[in-house]
Design a protein around this ligand. Structure first.
Ligand code: GAL
Length: 460
């Protein structure tokens, strides 16, 4: 590849608490909505769960050693809210604080910069019962109070904070399609949940900025996810459809943060179904991210469906398709990952450029990009050429975006470890993992070798 990236770009890898930690009820941890969701038969493929996962809670030192052996410089992980606050609010679980302190110290000792996500979907189950989860009026204050606990305990050493991972997934998959915890199916609830997620983010940032940032000096932002939507044809209707799809996907969350309100097209189409921010809330939300966190995996074509939508699929769809009047499709020429996500590096470049144009060229961190391939280790080795090709393609696209003026600051590969892939479980079927829970990260990992092969070999 041999592309020269700016020396300031941060290169790292990412995981999340529920997907790797295990120790689901260890040492005083409270249950999360994912612990509970996995107990319901049929919700997760093979009825898998994160009870053990990579057993990172017990074996994090080995994992940090693995990161060090790979030469990793930055590591993004998430804190399990119910491990720190078992009931979601009130009493702190000291063992949870001790665990994250030990992890952070081990990372710093290994010269790896911690990037910490406060919410990667494992809401304390208590708050689901007591506050109706992300639908409740009080949830944003509860999140800010939890964030305060984290800043207070960890902020002396953690200088990079991400409030919420992928509010779109929480809202659409958790409250629209109901395929992720808490499993609600509705046309209206996603917009209510999304509203509270944005408020929660802004309130946590306000706590950080007022109480901690002046002294601790870190940065804080949110990570949203978005695929690229390419107009199927050059017709004005398809071009408008692609734009609309991006607005319902990414601008839903990014516009309030960068512009102070939801995109006009969402307000027009949703009317009363989209809650409104008060002027005070707008004030708090506008400008509430020090950087633009982006998770990006794939691209689809978008076509106008004003005269009848085909419904779209759960994962490929940009949301509730009937609200958008967009039909999505893929090209049969595109190669696919084993998650059935099309590999389209130029979509990544176009999305980065779209973000730069719409939000006045903010500093962007790709906080997740990656792929799943079925490569069974043979004699302790993985023939990882598909993954290497994937990363070379996407990194070349990121490089082009930088050449076109995009303010790219960092890139984190999903994932460091083979892990629990939410409703897909361990998905041996699609080659996301090859081994049982508990031994996941103790085989030579396809998902880790990228770092040596791509980043280090190219001298990044
Ligand atoms: C993202 C999510 C990660 C992981 C990834 C796909 O949406 O943040 O937790 O599941 O997709 O493997």
């Amino acid at each position: 590849m041999n592309k020269q990236f700016p020396a300031t770009v941060v290169w790292g890898s990412a995981t999340s608490s529920y997907q790797i930690e295990g120790g689901w009820n260890a040492d005083g941890k409270g249950p999360s909505i994912w612990d509970v969701f996995c107990m319901i038969p049929g919700k997760v493929q093979d009825n898998d769960n994160g009870n053990v996962a990579c057993d990172h809670y017990h074996r994090f030192r080995e994992d940090v050693a693995l990161m060090k052996s790979l030469g990793l410089k930055a590591y993004r992980f998430s804190i399990s809210w119910p491990r720190v606050l078992p009931a979601g609010q009130g009493a702190v679980n000291q063992a949870g604080i001790d665990f994250y302190n030990a992890l952070i110290d081990a990372l710093l000792e290994a010269d790896i910069e911690p990037w910490v996500t406060l919410y990667h979907w494992d809401l304390p189950a208590a708050l689901e019962f007591e506050m109706d989860g992300w639908l409740g009026e009080e949830i944003s204050d509860a999140f800010a109070a939890y964030a305060d606990v984290c800043f207070r305990h960890f902020g002396d050493r953690v200088k990079n904070w991400i409030t919420i991972n992928e509010a779109w997934v929480v809202a659409i998959l958790g409250y629209g399609h109901g395929v992720f915890a808490p499993g609600k199916k509705s046309k209206d609830l996603p917009y209510r949940a999304g509203h509270n997620l944005i408020k929660a983010h802004a309130k946590a940032v306000d706590v950080y900025r007022k109480k901690y940032q002046p002294e601790q000096g870190g940065k804080i932002g949110i990570t949203n996810n978005c695929d690229w939507r390419e107009p199927l044809t050059d017709s004005p209707a398809d071009r408008a459809a692609a734009e609309r799809a991006l607005e319902f996907f990414l601008a839903w969350f990014a516009d309030p943060i960068y512009k102070g309100d939801y995109p006009a097209c969402m307000k027009e189409r949703l009317g009363e179904r989209l809650p409104a921010f008060t002027p005070e809330e707008q004030e708090l939300i506008r400008g509430s991210s020090d950087f633009f966190g982006l998770n990006h995996y794939t691209t689809m074509y978008a076509a106008d469906a004003t005269h009848g939508s085909d419904g779209g699929s759960v994962y490929g769809n940009g949301g509730l398709s009937e609200d958008q009047d967009v039909n999505l499709s893929i090209s049969p020429d595109w190669a696919m990952t084993d998650m059935q996500w099309a590999i389209v590096p130029w979509g990544c470049r176009k999305l980065l450029e779209w973000i730069a144009a719409r939000y006045d060229n903010p500093p962007v961190y790709i906080t997740e990009n990656g792929c799943a391939f079925d490569q069974t280790p043979i004699d302790g080795q993985v023939d990882d050429r598909d993954r290497i090709a994937f990363f070379e393609g996407y990194l070349a696209a990121v490089h082009e975006a930088i050449e076109h003026g995009v303010n790219m600051k960092g890139y984190f590969i999903w994932s460091l470890l083979d892990n629990f892939e939410w409703a897909s479980g361990y998905s041996k079927k699609f080659g996301i993992t090859h081994v049982e829970a508990g031994t996941l990260n103790r085989v030579p990992k396809a998902s880790a070798l990228w770092y040596r092969e791509v980043i280090l070999k190219n001298g990044l």
